[in-house]
Design a protein around this ligand. Sequence first.
Ligand code: APR
Ligand code: PHB
Length: 390
Amino acid sequence: MSTQVAIIGAGPAGLLLSHLLHLQGIESVVLETRSRVEIEATIRAGVLEQGTMDILNQSGIGARMQREGVVHHGFELAFGGQRHRIDLTELTGRAITVYAQHEVIKDLVAARLAADGQIMFEVSDVALHQIDTDTPSVTYRHAGEARRLEADFVIGCDGFHGVSRPAMPTSQRQDFQRIYPFGWFGILVDAPPSSDELIYARHERGFALVSTRSPQVQRLYFQCDPNDDVNQWSDDRIWSELNMRLANHDGWQLKEGKIFQKNIIGMRSFVSTPMQHGRLFLAGDAAHIVPPTGAKGLNLAVSDVRLLARALDRFYATGKQDALNDYTETALKRIWRAEHFSWWMTSLLHTFKEASPFEQQLQRAELDYVVSSRAAATALAENYVGLAFA
Ligand code: APR
Ligand code: PHB
């Protein structure tokens, strides 16, 4: 089998790239190890930057996001028993939409299949070949048969644990990484929202976040030991920990409910360069990971494939490879900005066991500055809603 662009991975990066290429008349095939049900059920963060909202709308798949997503014009920072609202729209003229990643995946799969797009689910043994030639190919097994997909380009959108990045010679790669000494304990709860906007809390017992999925389902997180065992956390213990970290002077109370899912998420910052080797290109988590504090993971994947789709369009329209060859350098500008912002938000809002009293005071001084200086609040806001695309 052959196509123009072979895409490995049906996460937001792979599916959106296939959709954008389709709109440009460029053929692609997506290879995914998991089933459609599995990818559409993977609970992941749900904060969409302005730029991501615009791309989904402009590419014709934003209708359900507009109907079911919730636009937030601000969020709250909570520390020292007080709340401070960051007015995103007043400070930047832009906003975010809270709409879960698996809902975006559902919309993308539906749009691809409605356009007769090719997504091979439940493939296995995916391997890349001749990526440093003009005729790369991907071998895989599907429905018990060995297959080969020939293409002009192979795009690795297979996440951090995929096969694409390792297919690049390590001698030519440089990886940058920071692993944080804590994780996030995430819960999904059947309950009404406890607040109209997200609450990011810094407390001496650790970070906490009040987020949402729908008027009926809430998503909350708190900083925990990354090696902790979810079974050690009874519902009562979880609620008392969240209430302690989110308590403030005006007697506000969390709305509790039935916790129907618990998981612990590891926290790392990671960037691998270059994002191209011959005819293989990486996008999304295959090339970079951010801690979830800045809600940048999905949005970075979207901005990578926006760049790649444009560069591939230019190649097929003009034969020019310049934009493709500039992809790594161009993408890394936005990636390192988001990496810095996500590291800064994580450093600002989490407690570090090894932090000295001096460092703890510095953290507090930074928090006080962010909520008292318009300039500092604007910097936070513009990074949070997402910088305009270059
Ligand atoms: N072959 C085919 N598919 C694979 C392989 C493989 N060898 N390995 C992994 N995959 C699939 C996974 O099953 C997953 O569906 O690739 C997909 C990668 O999707 P994501 O991990 O969601 O990565 P990406 O599309 O880059 O989206 C980044 O996802 O993890 C969140 O926070 C992250 O929001 C960010 C977004
Ligand atoms: C989420 O809703 O899961 C979420 C929101 C904001 C974050 C991280 C996760 O910063």
